[in-house]
Design a protein around this ligand. Sequence first.
Ligand code: OOG
Length: 258
Amino acid sequence: MTTPSPVVSQAAELLDTAQQAVTPVGTATPWPDLDLDEAYATQAALIARRHARGEHGVGLKLGFTSEAKMRQMGVDEVIVGQLTDGMQAADGGTIDMDALIHPRVEPEVAFLVGADVDLADPDVDLEAALTGVAAGLEIIDSRYDGFRFDLPRVVADNTSAAMFVLGPWRALDEVDLDDVPVTLRARDEVVAEGTTAAILGHPLRTLPRLVALGRRLGLRLPAGSVVLAGAATEAVALGPGAVSAEIPGLGSVRAVAV
Ligand code: OOG
């Protein structure tokens, strides 16, 4: 790995500190024109800092794979972020609101990668490597004031990744993911509704996008990795209490924000 440039190291440090101190970075960040390559380098440096603190990579997440999300955030390009074990909460477990700035929750489809995959390999067949699928919840928490960012800034901030929760894995070939309703509930009220078709028409259509991004960035997915395919609905502010996502035929997943 090459040494990050000063602007990249500085951006990574600022965003990492914002997350740890639960204090957002103001809108006037000290890097006015970070380009997308520098933004992904910042994300890598940010993740390297988390790994240095003992966290381990457990997979990748996609962002802006649905119209609803692109419209909500004014961004129109699929992006990738990185997941660590420190971000995962158990199904039915708790989400600590005190560790989050202004969390939002999204219902997701998650894939389990059953074999080592090098996304930079020109012959890669990511779909063939998938063994499982589950309903997921992603908690996003922009480290920017007011959730305001442009594409490079959200990429640098590891695509707002904060926490995620996975429901039970199902065999991929046993589940129909074609236009299945997705329901997000908070404190037993429906707060968002969508369909798996909102995710680029079908959640599996995210895979070529992930491969293209992974090739460009030299990313790998070791066996056992998780891929979050992106939100099927707009993100909803997370408040204290139970939150769950349900996808009939696939399953459900639940957590309690405290
Ligand atoms: C960026 C994260 C977007 C998704 O599923 O589209 C995302 C954000 O909205 O802050 O995770």
